[in-house]
Write a protein that binds this ligand. Structure first.
Ligand SMILES: C[S@@+](CC[C@H](N)C(=O)[O-])C[C@H]1O[C@@H](n2cnc3c(N)ncnc32)[C@H](O)[C@@H]1O
Length: 454
């Protein structure tokens, strides 16, 4: 049960069973860089993707980074399990299951405290949630940041296929914006939205001003066109269409248009943007595209894999700002499974790494692979990579010419579960093998295979 405690003269505080006593900042764990994109070797402002529980990661980053913006899009306390859909394949991405609302609130309380400690004095935090817990989270934010640091409650309104219900269709999320400090010291670039039809009909498209020339206030007009009305806190932004190019297949992926609005309003180019529930990497992609530095974190191998693929694709399109390093904090699960194999084959006078199925298996379970042909024994660099698209298509199986004579080549192979396996294929090991889990099937296909009508 959750209840309020109200002390005389103080603000109400939420109380629940198991609530952490004070706001604990905790002990910092060690983070080790385990992976880089090729561009990160040249790009000094390389972004960072942190693998692990975000509480440990945020504690490890304390005192080392100061963010201008932190966007958090945590699980919403729905009680559901979310799966990644790629073609016919489904993989569990993450679970939003709790032993009760108290365990959810404890987890969020600790993370809000840790996030606030990473903000610059004029930095901003945006917390994305919905009706399941927004009422509790607003109370926690007031407690952790101070009610005076509240800036906005943004309603993100979207349209989706209506469901048959006896209540109004639930078609909005809530995004709370709190500043690290009270007042107007934060960055703010005013955004505009189109004028209402009635305003256009009455005043036209010219900028309106107050005219005091007659000694009294009268509406006046300038020669310049108006940029529109300053944006309100209700945002109509479309969710990702099933056929959108932006869609990665990651469940609960948010549209870049939504994040662009947040990032470009409260940060400037060169600022640091952090997302500690980064999922498919939407915030990081938007930050890279708009010239901001980024830090992302997720505990799910599927999320980390999706983010890695997304940033590698941006880098290969020539976006230097998408260069990144991956740092690990604690243990991230890898899955078991049958074998994929990498062999060195001669082609056109050079040696190439070739991905093959082995022991009667197939490559269907492989979602991406990367080659580092100058592995330093510590940090893997994605110097060449190839991955499947959203429908499972388009992965190359013959790698690049391995030109770095004598160096040890290492190949990493990822299954759809997002866990990477490393295979050494240098001079000494001509053939390497890695365990890659079998391609998971969708529930519908499993039922069809079992002869169940669906
Ligand atoms: C709603 S999704 C984020 C979606 C993301 N905004 C996007 O656009 O793709 C929530 C994410 O939080 C991650 N997550 C949940 N608990 C976490 C934790 N304790 N540490 C790190 N990541 C966590 C989940 O794995 C999931 O990817």
């Amino acid at each position: 049960m959750v209840r309020f405690a109200v002390e005389a003269g103080g603000a109400p505080t939420l109380i629940w069973e198991g609530r952490p006593r004070a706001a604990p900042l905790g002990v910092a764990a060690e983070m080790v860089v385990s992976e880089r994109s090729a561009g990160a070797l040249r790009h000094t402002g390389a972004g960072m993707v942190c693998a692990g529980d975000n509480l440990a990661v945020m504690r490890a980053l304390r005192g080392k980074v100061e963010a201008d913006l932190i966007y958090l899009d945590p699980p919403f306390a729905t009680g559901d399990e979310f799966v990644l859909q790629r073609g016919e394949r489904e993989t569990v991405a993450y679970r939003d299951r709790w032993t009760g609302i108290g365990s959810y609130l404890s987890a969020m309380f600790e993370r809000l405290v840790a996030a606030r400690a990473l903000l610059k004095p004029n930095g901003s935090l945006f917390l994305h949630c919905d009706w399941h817990a927004s009422h509790w989270l607003r109370c926690l934010l007031d407690e952790v940041f101070g009610a005076g640091c509240f800036k906005n409650e943004i309603v993100w309104r979207y349209r989706r296929w209506p469901a048959k219900t006896r209540v109004f269709q639930r078609m909005h999320d809530v995004i709370f914006w709190y500043g690290r400090s009270e007042g107007d010291g934060h960055s703010f670039e005013t955004m505009y939205e189109p004028l209402a039809a009635s305003t256009l009909a009455t005043f036209g498209t010219r900028k309106q001003v107050a005219d005091f020339s007659s000694g009294r206030r009268k509406p006046g007009q300038l020669e310049v066109e108006t940029p529109g009305a300053p944006m309100s806190d209700v945002w109509d932004v479309g969710i990702l269409a099933p056929i959108s190019r932006e869609r990665s297949g990651y469940p609960t992926q948010k549209p870049e248009a939504l994040l662009r609005r947040i990032v470009e309003t409260v940060t400037r180019p060169g600022d640091l943007v952090a997302d500690f529930f980064c999922g498919s990497g939407t915030t990081l992609a938007v930050a890279a595209k708009s010239g901001r530095r980024f830090i992302g974190c997720d505990a799910s191998p599927v999320a980390l894999h999706t983010t890695t693929k997304r940033l590698l694709a941006l880098e290969s399109e020539g976006l230097a700002g998408a260069a990144f390093e991956v740092a690990r904090c604690g243990h991230v699960e890898a899955g078991p499974g049958p074998l994929a194999e990498v062999a060195l084959v001669p082609r056109g006078g050079a040696m190439h790494a070739e991905l093959r199925a082995s022991r009667g298996g197939d490559l269907e379970g492989v979602d991406a692979w990367s080659v580092d042909d100058a592995f330093d024994g510590k940090v893997f660099v994605h110097r060449w990579s190839s991955s499947r698209g959203r429908r499972g298509e388009g992965m190359e199986t013959l790698g690049p010419a391995l030109a770095r004579g004598g160096a040890r080549a290492v190949v990493r192979v990822a299954g759809a579960d997002g866990a990477w396996r490393e295979i050494a294929v240098g001079r000494d090991a001509q053939v390497g093998a890695a365990k890659v889990p079998p391609a998971p099937r969708s529930a519908a296909r499993r039922k069809r295979a079992a002869g169940v009508a669906c």
